[in-house]
Design a protein around this ligand. Structure first.
Ligand SMILES: [Zn+2]
Length: 168
């Protein structure tokens, strides 16, 4: 999962700056975090990973819910830019981003929701996007004790390998 944001970071750093030391990377991370609205979300999330929260000592934005520094950073990350990858339904990148940030910072979120979001990740990475109804049905399935296999079966039935039918 970290690799998803790391690959975005490497692409950005290599393109803009070439090869860098860890110290340079931290400077760039600070610059990115100062203007999250000018960067892709993967770059912003990776920048947070390179900075330490002065309040709780965790990687910035990943500390416990209630840490002011992390809560603020977690809110600001959403002004970053999202661009759908080619060939995926519009909104896929947003769903991917939300699910990844919940899974990477589960504090304060129910374990069922974290589990559901984690289980959806491979599908989102494959370019699927659940409709609101499908997402609710999947959540209901997990709420009554459904397993990862149940969810996979439901999603395979719902999509049958065809991502073009997914418009809500
Ligand atoms: Zn913190």
């Amino acid at each position: 999962m970290d690799e998803i944001v790391e690959s975005g970071w490497r692409e950005f750093v290599t393109q803009e700056f070439g090869t860098l030391t860890a110290t340079d990377e931290r400077d760039i991370a600070e610059m990115v975090v100062d203007e999250p609205n000018r960067h892709l979300w993967r770059v912003v999330d990776a920048a947070y990973d390179r900075l330490t929260c002065t309040e709780c000592g965790n990687r910035l934005s990943r500390g416990p819910a209630g840490c002011t520094g992390c809560d603020l950073a977690n809110g600001f990350r959403y002004v970053a830019i999202e661009i759908d990858r080619p060939g995926v339904p519009p909104g896929n990148e947003h769903a991917l981003r939300v699910n990844i940030s919940v899974v990477r910072r589960p504090s304060g979120i129910s374990w069922r929701e974290v589990l559901g979001r984690r289980l959806f990740l491979p599908y989102l990475l494959d370019g699927y996007l659940p409709t609101t109804r499908q997402a609710q049905a999947a959540r209901a399935l997990l709420n009554v004790g459904g397993t990862a296999e149940d969810l996979a079966e439901y999603l395979n039935l719902a999509w049958g390998g065809d991502r073009t039918q997914l418009a809500d």
